[in-house]
Design a protein around this ligand. Sequence first.
Ligand SMILES: Nc1ncnc2c1ncn2[C@@H]1O[C@H](COP(=O)(O)OP(=O)(O)OP(=O)(O)O)[C@@H](O)[C@H]1O
Length: 274
Amino acid sequence: MPTYQLQDLTVRHLGGRSAPALQAINLTVEQGEQLALIGPSGAGKTTLLATLSLSHKPSEGSFHAFGVEPWTLGEASRHRLRAQLFLAPQTPPLPPRQRVVTAVLAARLPQWSVWRALVSLFKPADPEAAWQALSRFNLGDKLYARVDRLSGGERQRCGLARLLLSPAKSLLVDEPLSALDPALSELTLTTLREEARARNATLICSLHQVDLALGHFQRIVALRDGRIAFDLPRDQVTPQMIATLYQGEQPPAAAKTGDDHDAVAVKLGVGACL
Ligand SMILES: Nc1ncnc2c1ncn2[C@@H]1O[C@H](COP(=O)(O)OP(=O)(O)OP(=O)(O)O)[C@@H](O)[C@H]1O
């Protein structure tokens, strides 16, 4: 059963501009599949991820997640379905005065009783698990730091460590590299992909770094003006397609590439997007 099936989907923001943020979206994502979402600023990447995490209700079209139509369910059933989906936003909403350990373990809140959750605020229930998750993003030394003392990139990785502790079967990640240097960007994408593969979770990751998207993901879904511009295996994505996608926009920043990605960078070529 696919994780997602979207047919002719339209999504509008309340109070937004007259054109929908997403329109005529047709997308099927199988369980365990990993794909990158690319496209210029304002293309609709965040809106699509929010829709897939059930944060936005589509206004038209058909939407199935794990074989059910979430918006026909009652609130309680939809809430249970949401526990299967984890959205890591670009700027994670972490309580500023909280310790990192508590913020990371909050990923387990949906599995805990109210009592256990309250106790965990004062005495973290499983600091070892939080430390292990943070260490995978090179952040183990910040276990007991306060969230408001973290840099932007550290906050971002703290949000991703939460993802590792959530039991979700669909991992939705919005621009996880925006505050990271090239080495940490590589580590972060590799860790996310390994985690998704290990638990057969679906991974959908929006990226501004086209070279990293092509280097790490087999399937590339490109959005422009709220529509799918192309949905292709990376081998079929040409420099011309990338140039057309970002036409009139600031080209995405080039990230340093590792050995695996040099071929892709060469393939894209100067003037395409790097
Ligand atoms: N809360 C909102 N209210 C109204 N319109 C919105 C809202 N959020 C986004 N939009 C509009 O929806 C469209 C898609 O925005 P979205 O944030 O999904 O794009 P994006 O591809 O993620 O952009 P970026 O790469 O800059 O993050 C844009 O036209 C944007 O202005």
